[in-house]
Design a protein around this ligand. Structure first.
Ligand code: CAA
Length: 380
């Protein structure tokens, strides 16, 4: 078994680390406090090729593998996972889905500007009453001959206010249940779309989260992805890859908290010595590192499987669940190591703890990941 990285993967990891440690760090606290969208950073990351990392260069992407994507996501999310999630949604939910299942015309028109990072995309599956139970889509896409008429409301949409390209899941043939769902490419400036208020979140406050309402929105037939009724399968397959991105993001949050904890415990003194010399702290650090490494192995394994076109649905569910639980646990321990300082903003670990919570929830709660894993285990 070979755990080494290629020269190219190391270069990508280093480029992401440099940008995060030099640029993202500068205004992360202010962006978090005031919920300011990181527009300038997204532009810079696009120039580094990080907004369409895995897209084939013939569609203006970076042509990188999923392992490189994981490495970059980890470095970015060590410093600011709000930027991480914007990157993740664009890369693994929107660009990947379009490249894998879109027509040549769709790729030309929609994928290319997304892969260049000139535009961003959003993935509109969740609804007020269809979150975990994603088959219960109430948004409708009525077949009107040469167009669909879209009506309904989507919730918790990352990039909802800033994206110019939406991938929207909607029900066309209710009697067919999830086999009647379609995914449509919708331009955000189409008449009839209303973007709801910016959600004031507990963490990842500078990422852009909105509800989006559709009232009699006309979507050309050629904007449907795949065959009629393919929309739910499209969503599930795309989310399998999305979960690798969230695992990498959670990994970054945990690794960022550990780096800060190691540094702090070598500086802070109590009872006549640096707190790192107290076993109570040193053992916490050892446990944190061990769990992070296990999360990293699961995450890289799922990326490795995807790069080899082997089934990765269960591997990505395990990686997402384990890495996000690890991020929650590690960041809570980090706050404890920092004591009172951990509870105030300028030391970052309380922010990382707030960010970790979301990774246990979105792109399928960890309870949903357990459904995916256990069904695989128990099937005949
Ligand atoms: N790949 C392909 N097909 C899949 C699949 C996969 N990974 N998982 C399920 N399917 C198919 C099944 O084969 C089945 O198809 P058939 O009927 O043709 O056999 C169909 O989908 C329905 O599957 P189930 O019968 O298993 O449906 P279910 O309702 O019991 O469970 C679920 C499905 C796995 C729980 C699913 O609803 C799910 O993943 N829910 C969570 C949704 C989610 O992750 N939302 C995240 C929102 S996006 C987000 O957060 C983005 C963001 O902005 C950050």
């Amino acid at each position: 078994m070979d755990f080494s990285l290629t020269e190219e993967q190391i270069m990508i990891q280093q480029a992401a680390r440099d940008y995060a440690q030099r640029e993202l760090i500068r205004d992360v606290l202010e962006r978090d406090e005031k919920a300011i969208y990181p527009a300038e950073h997204i532009k810079n990351l696009a120039e580094l090729g990080f907004m369409g990392m895995m897209v084939d260069p013939k569609y203006d992407g970076g042509g990188m593998d999923t392992v490189s994507y994981v490495l970059a996501m980890e470095e970015i999310s060590k410093v600011d996972s709000a930027v991480g999630v914007i990157m993740s949604v664009n890369n693994s939910l929107v660009c990947w889905g379009l490249e894998e299942y879109g027509t040549e015309e769709q790729k030309e028109k929609y994928l290319k500007p997304l892969a260049r990072g000139e535009k961003t995309g959003a993935f509109l599956l969740s609804e007020p009453e269809a979150g975990s139970d994603a088959t219960m889509q109430r948004t409708t896409a009525e077949d009107k001959g040469d167009y669909y008429l879209l009506n309904g409301t989507k919730n918790w949409i990352t990039n909802g206010g800033t994206a110019s390209t939406y991938l929207v899941m909607a029900q066309t043939h209710r009697e067919k249940r999830h086999h009647g769902i379609n995914t449509l490419i919708v331009e955000r400036d189409t008449p009839g779309i209303t973007v709801g208020k910016h959600e004031e979140k507990m963490g990842m406050r500078s990422s852009d989260t909105h509800s989006v309402m559709f009232t009699d929105v006309k979507v050309p037939k050629e904007n449907r992805i795949g065959e009629d009724g393919f929309g739910f399968k499209f969503a599930m397959r795309t989310l399998d890859g999305g979960r690798i991105g969230i695992a990498a993001q959670a990994l970054g949050i945990a690794a960022g908290a550990l780096e800060r904890s190691v540094k702090y415990s070598k500086e802070r003194k109590a009872f006549g010595t640096e707190i790192a010399n107290h076993q109570a702290i040193a053992f916490k650090l050892a446990d944190m590192e061990t769990r992070i490494d296990a999360a990293r192995l699961l995450t890289l394994k799922s990326a490795w499987l995807k790069d080899r076109e082997q089934p990765f649905s269960v591997a990505s569910a395990m990686a997402k669940m384990y890495a996000s639980d690890t991020a929650m646990w590690v960041t809570t321990e980090a706050v404890q190591i920092f004591g009172g300082y951990g509870y105030v903003r300028e030391y970052h670990v309380e922010r990382l703890m707030r960010e970790a919570k979301l990774t246990q929830i979105y792109e399928g709660t960890n309870e949903i990941q357990k459904i995916v894993i256990s069904r695989h285990l128990l099937r005949d």
